[in-house]
Design a protein around this ligand. Sequence first.
Ligand SMILES: [Zn+2]
Ligand SMILES: [Zn+2]
Ligand SMILES: [Zn+2]
Ligand SMILES: [Zn+2]
Length: 380
Amino acid sequence: MSSPSNSLVKISEIQGRGRSLIATHHIKPGQILLQDSPILLYPFSHHPNPTLSSSTFCSHCFRTLNSSKTLSCPSCSSLFCNPNCLTSSHSQYLCQTLTLTLTLNSRLNPDLQTQLNFLIAAYNLAIVYPSDFLTLLSLQGDSSPNAQTLTLHSILSSISPHPPPEFSPELTAALLAKDKRNAFGLMEPLGLSGERLVRAYGIYPMASFFNHDCLPNGCRFDYVDNVGDRNTDIVVRAIHDVAEGREVCLSYFPVNWSYGDRQKRLMDDYGFVCECDRCRVEKNWRDEEEEEEGEGMEEDGDEGMEEGEEENGGERDGDFPHAYFFVRYLCDGENCGGTLAPLPPSEGVVSNVMECNVCGKLREENVDGDDGEDGIMLDE
Ligand SMILES: [Zn+2]
Ligand SMILES: [Zn+2]
Ligand SMILES: [Zn+2]
Ligand SMILES: [Zn+2]
């Protein structure tokens, strides 16, 4: 596995947390900690909806297609943005399997379809880039065959005329577990309805070492429709200052999720109980609420945080010790739930423009950076 292209983070073993990414220097807000290229990409299958058909982006680089230049594979009908995308990694296995998939997809639910998309891409990786396939196998996540993985394996068997030699129910189960633990979603541009859907998922070998924290200090961006040949890279930037030696964490889902929803997702998909600073506080809230038997939040005149004189994550008394993080770093766009991080510093000067990693909105902060409430909304 390659090292990060810059050396602001390094892999280190932290007791009880496994392999983690640690800051090797003091990191400024907005600084790029990692830019990582995927070893594997596969499309997200939407619920049947004619306005969101998966035929609007390139099957290789996932850019939005410009209809005048679109190419189509004569066999499997996959669409591509240019001849290079049509020939890269479009093996005979992939093409034959996708051709047979056409007869099947309308009968599968979108979740099964998406997992099948992953398996086809993963087994194709074994054929076209065997070393990347080994990298995929080295990632965390393991599982023995169960009813769900056996179903997927038998569907895939029925549409894979010439599978790679590794093809087996055990490998299918292991691959699906790696996907669940490690896949990152690449987002669609913001729709008219204001919601933003996943376009594709990718496996990013370095970025998969970021552990989760419910109040992250790193934030992940993607720019799939950008020009250039690294459009599917993900970029992780620091949300605020990170001291040398501190672990850099991402949130695996929107930061505004409730305690219960966060713990459920982390247990179901990642198999652990989160005991981050925020969870330790919110766990007690829940206990207190249960004791009060639904009387609701007490209003005792404590205004909570006044000035942002202490960075988030510090020990604080009060009802809502992490309010500062939410005011400053949570996007206030309706239904967005994205996290804000400053644009990268320019010549060492920290930017006062915050970017949302979900809706992409830019927000200029006051120079004193007090709370951003009076910030000016900028058009994209
Ligand atoms: Zn393309
Ligand atoms: Zn084809
Ligand atoms: Zn947590
Ligand atoms: Zn947003």
